[in-house]
Design a protein around this ligand. Structure first.
Ligand code: PLP
Length: 466
């Protein structure tokens, strides 16, 4: 399998190199040159497979000979065995033909574990083969950092440095990062805000000389292709559990960077009958505004009760724009260069095509809380604020009640107790048993000044073979 850049100018790469690369050299994102396609008969034959067996069927064509079949099977067994539920991604029924797929049974209680648990293992496998070492450097305002740290804690060939803004992440989020034991795990609390952290990471990728040429940086943010790939699997998993592929499904997806829902779009292109994909956003609604009025325009960032979806632009949307433009990299490059300067539109027929593929809705904080309360009153089931946005959008956009509507449950409610409290409910979502002692565990992190030279010096000094 070859991977090409959405901006058309970077060299095509194989899976191993795509795994180790973040952005393509032309500023684009890597996508497969062509997608595998599965017949209904083949998908039907996957009924009854375990999650990890199904993951093998769906992902092996992408990974190819980078990981031999037997090794890949073993890796997937290990990856999904760490989830605290035998079904890995269990479905919970809300109403007639309406479901939530719980994607929060992994170590850090959010769907990002599905991809990052695998990514850590894939990286280590490829680096072992190549006798190479990488330093992962990332900035986090919460969820991604902890999932990345959990995913890399057992990696022999990876050191991971995660920057978070000192005293500006919630205590649960900080503890999920800082209580993970491992010599290769380094938490840095920067005396600054999230943007300061992100800027330092970006600049460090641009000039890696501080590492002295002895190792290289790797990225685990949501533009990494392997993360998208791992998220395709659970669309097949849900469909097969509810009578697919002999019946089509609808999915509603709480959306920030457009990674998770893009995986659903790919599942459909690979042959899974999906009749509706709903983009559910919070007040940071650039995608909903584009889908409703063909105007792609950045607004000021708003802080909401669903912080993991607080974004100004959705980086993975570029991958969809590439397809909407007939995979013309130059057209995408021009469009996104213009979008950085002001509002842009695409040709009407292309936009109409996008509207056929997706529905969308934006949900504000008050409606998010109303939904949490309503579902609790109806079912005694607690939603986290991100999932609540998905459920609300699903109900508003639903077209055919004979088609099962599945909302992706992206986080466990215990991660976001404030939203639950604000919805007026007196229940407090307890942490799951495997995390119940989080507040007693020992923390390890280093506080550094908001100064790139100091941070780089720290990294250069503390990676494994420094
Ligand atoms: C990251 C995240 C999202 C957004 O997912 P994207 O792939 O960026 O669209 C939604 N909900 C939760 C809980 C998340 O952590």
């Amino acid at each position: 399998m070859r991977y090409i850049s959405t901006r058309g100018e970077a060299p095509a790469l194989g899976f191993e190199d795509v795994l180790l690369t973040g952005l393509a050299t032309d500023g684009g994102l890597y996508v497969p040159e062509s997608l595998p396609h599965f017949s209904l008969e083949e998908i039907r034959s996957w009924r009854g497979l375990s999650y990890s067996e199904l993951a093998f069927k769906v992902m092996h064509p992408f990974v190819d000979d980078a990981v031999p079949a037997d090794d890949f099977r073993k890796m997937l067994d290990e990856t999904y065995a760490v989830f605290a539920h035998k079904a890995v991604a269990p479905l919970v029924q809300l109403d007639t033909n309406e479901w939530v797929m719980e994607l929060f049974r992994g170590p850090t209680l959010a769907f990002k574990d599905f991809a990052l648990q695998l990514l850590g293992r894939l990286l280590d496998y490829v680096l072992e083969k190549r006798k190479q070492h990488v330093v992962i450097m990332g900035a986090t305002s919460g969820d991604t950092g902890s999932a990345a740290i959990e995913g890399c804690r057992r990696c022999e060939h990876v050191d991971i440095f995660i920057l978070h803004p000192h005293q500006r992440v919630s205590e649960v989020q900080r503890r999920q990062m800082t209580t993970v034991q491992g010599d290769n795990i380094h938490n840095i609390a920067v005396r600054g805000n999230f943007d300061d952290c992100q800027r330092m990471v970006k600049e460090s990728f641009g000039n890696q000389s501080f590492l002295g040429g002895k190792t290289q940086l790797a990225a685990v943010n949501s533009i990494n292709w392997a993360r998208i790939m791992a998220q395709i699997v659970y669309y097949f998993h849900a469909s097969l559990a509810l009578g697919g592929p002999d019946r089509s499904m609808a999915f509603s997806v709480p959306t920030g960077n457009f990674g998770d829902i893009f995986a659903g779009y790919l599942a459909k292109k690979m042959g899974l009958p999906i009749s509706q994909l709903v983009i559910a956003t919070n007040r940071n609604d650039i995608l909903h505004r584009f889908m409703s009025g063909n105007k792609y325009e950045q607004h000021q960032l708003e802080h909401t009760l669903s912080p993991s979806m607080d974004i100004m632009v959705s980086s993975n949307f570029e991958r969809l724009l590439f397809d909407l433009h007939g995979r013309d990299g130059l057209a995408v490059k021009t469009l996104l260069e213009n979008a950085a300067k002001g509002p842009v539109s695409i040709e009407d027929y292309r936009w109409k095509h996008a509207r056929k593929l997706f529905d969308s809705d934006a949900v504000d904080d008050k409606t998010t809380c109303d939904t949490i309360r309503e579902i609790y009153e109806q079912n005694e089931y607690l939603l986290d604020p991100h999932t609540a946005i998905g459920v609300r959008a699903a109900r508003r956009c639903r077209r055919d009640h004979a088609v099962p509507m599945i909302t992706l449950g992206t986080a466990h409610p215990a991660k976001f107790p404030d939203a639950v409290a604000e919805s007026g409910l007196s229940v407090k979502p307890p942490l799951p048993a495997h995390m119940a002692d989080l507040f007693e565990r020992e923390e390890r992190y280093t506080v550094l000044d908001n100064n790139i030279a100091g941070v780089q010096e720290f990294i250069a000094k503390h990676w494994k073979n420094a």
